[in-house]
Ligand binder design. Structure first.
Ligand SMILES: C[S@@+](CC[C@H](N)C(=O)[O-])C[C@H]1O[C@@H](n2cnc3c(N)ncnc32)[C@H](O)[C@@H]1O
Length: 264
């Protein structure tokens, strides 16, 4: 990735997804138009109906995702940055020592943490897979442009098996990562792994799609189990924060988010 003069935190809705939806909508619309050249009959009618409905659905999806991308973006609605600020608001930390950001993506939360806690050192880890428009060099460039290079470092790894010894961090954060981790389908095990690298009593704030039944089939049980394993645990329903516009409160974007915070 080329260094640039302003930080590049990318977008949780990748451009390639929006472009893909636009292209699919265009292709389906074309096929729908061409279906009128077919000879009449029930089969042609059914095909035309299916193509028309699919084209319309893709068009709606494209319009929604393009609008949501704009609202999330730092240049547009700025919602992405506000969601990250909110994670740090729930981290009850004095800023002394070292913080870990699990699945740091473009480094946005790691860098925000470094700016909020000027005495802290911050580590961002991610596996930087192909699915996202994120890279380690992008994180490093962002840290340089934000003037926090001396206190921030990034390293590649797997959230399911963190390359850090037990109890070595003074704080930990994570945002919208656990549900993405394919190497560990058991989300309780993933959270335990995140807690493993924290010192006893160290604060944490983990946001994820905790209201998604697909990823967290029994949230109550998860909270109950974790409550018995840490010194302090709170669960916050962050779906309806005022800074999240109604349009984004759908399962596709921010409609299933919640936050686990407390102390190990
Ligand atoms: C929705 S993005 C969120 C990025 C960042 N936390 C933020 O809030 O901007 C999900 C991130 O999880 C990372 N991720 C997915 N699986 C991972 C794994 N097994 N280990 C580490 N990071 C992972 C992806 O690379 C991606 O950066």
């Amino acid at each position: 990735m080329k260094p640039s003069n302003s930080p590049d935190y990318a977008n949780w809705i990748p451009q390639k997804l929006v472009t893909g939806l636009a292209l699919t909508a265009a292709l389906l619309s074309l096929l729908f138009g061409l279906s009128f050249l077919l000879p009449g009959g029930t089969l042609s009618l059914i095909l035309r109906f299916i193509l028309g409905a699919a084209a319309l659905l893709m068009l709606v999806m494209f319009t929604y995702m393009a609008r949501a991308r704009k609202l999330l973006s730092y240049e547009g609605g700025g919602v992405q940055g506000k969601i990250l600020d909110n994670v740090l608001r729930y981290l009850d930390w004095d800023g002394r020592g070292e913080l870990l950001d699990i699945g740091c993506g473009s480094g946005a939360l790691t860098i925000k943490a470094a700016r909020k806690f000027p005495g802290a050192r911050c580590v961002g880890m991610d596996y930087w897979g192909a699915m996202w428009d994120y890279a380690q060099t992008q994180c490093e460039n962002n840290a340089r442009l934000e003037g926090v290079t001396d206190r921030v470092r990034f390293q590649k790894g797997d959230a399911a098996k963190l390359d850090f010894p037990d109890g070595c961090f003074d704080a930990a954060v994570s945002n919208f990562v656990f549900h993405e981790v394919r190497t560990q389908p058991d989300k309780l095990a993933l959270i335990r792994e995140a807690l493993r690298v924290l010192k006893p009593g160290a604060p944490f704030a983990f946001e994820d799609v905790f209201f998604s039944r697909g990823h967290y089939p029994d949230l109550e049980e998860l909270i109950k189990t974790l409550s018995g394993e840490v010194a302090e645990l709170r669960f916050m329903d962050t779906r309806k924060n005022d800074f999240v516009p109604k349009l984004l409160r759908t399962p596709l974007v921010a409609g299933e988010m919640g936050l686990l915070c407390g102390r190990k």
